[in-house]
Design a protein around this ligand. Structure first.
Ligand code: SAM
Length: 343
């Protein structure tokens, strides 16, 4: 059994937790997750640390728990020397950080633990301390009742997503979804490599670009020729894979059979996207009604609407099994709503 941890960002905790939950489901493992605020303590047959770091947009760091003991026992005798020597090699540099999850920051106890553990690792391994760019990051987490010693890895994906923001794409339009939310939507829709992913309101391809980065085959429809040309530019720059982005009205799906594994979409809302006179809610409802014709068995859908569209209720009325429903406040006048379902 592997024991590891994940810390999520605080921007939208419910969304970040749903992302982890969905990815663990995708990994098809028997993982047991215990949430302690923004930290997930996970026990599982497989070590999912690197899978979660590679996939989860809202995960900040993750790593293996190499030892744990009672909070009151600061000697850390429960932490094995052999394990420490396996984790830190003599030629490597390391750092020790501490983090307290309980109220009252226990500053003195944290400082003491970090000094003692740092000295112990140095004596055991001869490795050097580096606070700037350590090869190995040791993280001591103090929960309400336990001390966990972990080897931590920071997310590189978060930096990569910043480089893929709409403004940095070859084609930009203000309606384009930001890369972090686009990645979360792909994760809630359970996008896997080689899956066929459809965005029936694809615009300039914000969500499809993330799906393609995950190795999916992407299909996009939109009414706007200009945005479709933009989507093609954005997709060809970021990958070299099978894509089909065509001018189509989502109310009349140009698909013959159940060919789609996942639907990820962001239907028109607000002033930046045109509906050519149609009511956005009607467009969404008509498209939702056609889903059974185009999605394969056990396919998934994740849709990001605006709160007043009440997409969850529409989906429930159509008998869809809702898996996640999370509000995403954007500004005072706009709350978005992410809803995911499984068929
Ligand atoms: C919110 S934008 C999608 C933005 C997209 N997620 C992106 O990242 O670029 C909604 C899109 O729906 C398109 N649209 C509006 N009515 C449509 C319809 N009946 N069928 C297909 N697309 C439609 C608009 O042209 C617009 O590009």
């Amino acid at each position: 059994m592997h024991t590891f941890f994940v810390t999520i960002s605080g921007e939208n905790i419910n969304l970040a937790k749903a992302e982890i939950d969905s990815l663990i489901g995708l990994a098809e493992t028997d993982a047991k997750v215990t949430w302690l605020g923004q930290l997930a303590y996970i026990e599982s047959t497989y070590d999912l640390t690197h899978f979660l770091l590679d996939r989860a947009a809202m995960t900040k760091e993750a790593g293996v728990v190499i030892g744990q003991g009672p909070l009151s026992d600061t000697s850390m005798e429960w932490l094995s020397d052999d394990v420490l020597m396996t984790c830190v090699k003599p030629t490597e540099t390391f750092s020790v950080r501490t983090k307290s999850l309980a109220a009252g920051r226990r500053v003195e106890q944290r400082e003491r633990l970090s000094v003692l553990l740092g000295a112990r690792i140095r004596n055991l391994t001869n490795a050097r301390v580096s606070l700037d760019k350590p090869d190995v990051k040791v993280l001591v987490i103090m929960t309400a009742d336990r001390t966990l010693v972990c080897i931590s890895n920071e997310s590189r994906l978060r930096q990569e997503l910043r480089l893929r923001e709409p403004g940095r794409r070859p084609f930009f339009h203000p309606s384009m979804m930001n890369s972090q939310l686009a990645r979360v939507i792909c994760n809630l829709a359970g996008v896997r490599s080689k899956a066929t992913v459809l965005d029936p309101f694809c615009g300039s391809g914000g969500i499809l670009c993330e799906a393609a980065t995950l190795g999916a085959k992407v299909l996009g429809w939109d009414l706007s020729w200009r945005l479709l040309m933009g989507a093609r530019k954005n997709l060809t720059e970021s990958l070299d894979r099978e894509t089909s982005v065509i001018q189509a009205d989502s109310r009349w799906p140009p698909l013959q059979a159940k060919q789609v594994d996942c639907i990820t979409t962001d239907p028109p809302y607000g002033r930046t996207s045109s509906t050519r006179g149609a009511k956005a809610i009607k467009l969404v409802l008509t498209f939702l009604e056609s889903i059974p014709e185009i999605v394969r068995e056990e396919g998934r859908l994740c849709i990001c609407g605006s709160h007043e569209m009440r997409i969850k209720e529409m989906m429930q009325d159509l008998g869809f099994a809702i898996k996640y429903h999370i509000l995403v406040p954007v500004h005072r006048g706009l709350t978005r709503e992410v809803t995911a379902a499984q068929f």
